[in-house]
Design a protein around this ligand. Structure first.
Ligand SMILES: [Zn+2]
Ligand SMILES: [Zn+2]
Ligand SMILES: [Zn+2]
Length: 405
């Protein structure tokens, strides 16, 4: 199927994306003579501009930063929808989205994109057109696409489609859109985008544009925030401090301290089995022995919290339930009542109560005594209140996000 989906009309030399995907721009702008193009409206110009961006990304856009590429197709489809015209470019955007997700092993979304493409081809070219038939077949069995599985990044089974979602929520799922956070909502430590497992950390030797951007001085630096969490399973100091860390997936990896003080900068009381390490902007590193792990260099990038990863996640779930504000309403941690006029725990600022009696109940019966002490640490509270999705500059410990919240 490679190169054969659409006759190539415009490109004299095939760009990478074309070679991979058989993709050529079919938007109206591209098929118009230049004089008329200038009169075309803003939407088509934007669609066309996105074509160019996608082209430039090439195979990298497919395999290395597929989410960014999917955003562009999403944007193109929205523009076509606003345009209210079902044309070949519209169908092609779905074809491209289908191929993108299937190449990344996402059969569930691949089928839906292929179905949509087939349906538009049917309307525009007719049900017996090659395009309509070809894409109906692709929807039938998306794994037949020849680039299926070149990356395993988004692996899904073909029937792993969420049921019973509102249409707009379904579109959010389909296009992998991150929901904008409601005001008063806190970071969820279970979010793998922000708190990835070891397997999803960027590899230090291959510059993943989802994580890094090249600076003016030619150095690649993180262009977003992420934080690795892992529990200390074991530790020893030979030449330097080294730890065995278990991540959220249960994967155990070595963490070696290549700081100037080789790990002695940590207070011994902090270094304990069963405690949880948080490492900002962690990368996968291949050690001389070919062992994969984390090489830790900057002391400000690490923080150890005195609780297990399991307990940290349990605390996270409590925080999600009781600290989050929705339309001015919060839930009392003592009795579970929802109200606008609750008072917050003055020690940790994270839990809310109807009155003194509810606070006592929360403290004694619902474990807030221990949690409150943990949450008084501005770094732990910072994990929740920091806006991980917004990137201005790099952060380090101590986090000062908790100061003004
Ligand atoms: Zn174009
Ligand atoms: Zn209450
Ligand atoms: Zn408290």
């Amino acid at each position: 199927m490679k190169g054969g989906w659409i006759p190539m009309t415009k490109y004299n030399q095939a760009p990478a994306f074309y070679i991979l995907f058989g993709f050529a721009c079919l938007c109206r702008l591209c098929s118009l003579p230049p004089e008329q193009s200038q009169e075309s409206d803003k939407r088509l110009e934007e669609i066309h501009r996105l074509d160019g961006v996608i082209d430039q990304l090439g195979t990298e856009g497919v395999l290395v930063s597929p989410l960014r590429t999917l955003r562009y197709f999403d944007q193109q489809v929205r523009l076509y929808n606003e345009q209210g015209r079902e044309d070949v470019g519209f169908a092609q955007a779905f074809v491209n989205a289908a191929q993108l997700v299937i190449a990344n092993s996402d059969l569930a979304r691949g089928r839906i994109f292929a179905e949509r493409a087939a349906s538009i081809w049917k309307t525009t070219l007719g049900g017996d057109s090659t395009q309509a038939i070809k894409h109906a077949a692709l929807a039938e069995d998306p794994s037949k696409y020849e680039l299926y599985g070149v990356s395993m990044k988004w692996k899904t089974k073909v029937d792993e489609v969420p049921q019973g979602l509102e249409p707009s929520n379904f579109e959010d799922w389909l296009w992998r859109r991150e929901k904008p956070k409601a005001l008063g909502q806190l970071a969820n430590l279970r979010s793998r985008a922000t708190f990835p497992g070891f397997i999803n950390l960027p590899d230090e030797n291959d510059v993943d544009p989802e994580f890094y951007k090249r600076s003016n001085t030619g150095i690649y630096r993180p262009q977003r925030h992420w934080c690795f969490l892992g529990e200390i399973v074991d530790f020893a100091t030979l030449l330097r401090l080294q730890m065995e860390i278990k991540d959220i997936d249960g994967t155990t990896i070595p963490l070696y301290f290549y700081t100037d003080s080789r790990g002695s900068e940590l207070v011994p009381a902090q270094v304990q089995k069963g405690y949880t390490v948080a490492i900002l902007y962690a990368e996968r590193h291949a050690f001389m022995s070919f062992e994969l792990g984390i090489r830790h260099e900057d002391p400000r990038m690490i923080k150890i919290f005195p609780l297990s990863l399991h307990k940290l996640l349990a605390l996270n779930d409590q925080v999600q339930q009781f600290s989050t504000e929705l339309n001015g309403i919060r839930m009392c941690h003592g009795c579970g009542k929802k109200a606008a006029s609750l008072q917050r725990c003055g020690k940790c600022s994270s839990f809310w109560y109807c009155n003194r009696a509810c606070q006592v109940a929360g403290w004694n019966e619902k474990g807030h005594k221990a949690d409150c002490k943990l949450l008084k640490d501005p770094d732990l509270r910072g994990l929740f209140v920091f806006k991980w999705d917004e990137f201005d500059n790099h952060i380090r410990f101590p986090l000062d996000a908790a100061k003004d919240s």
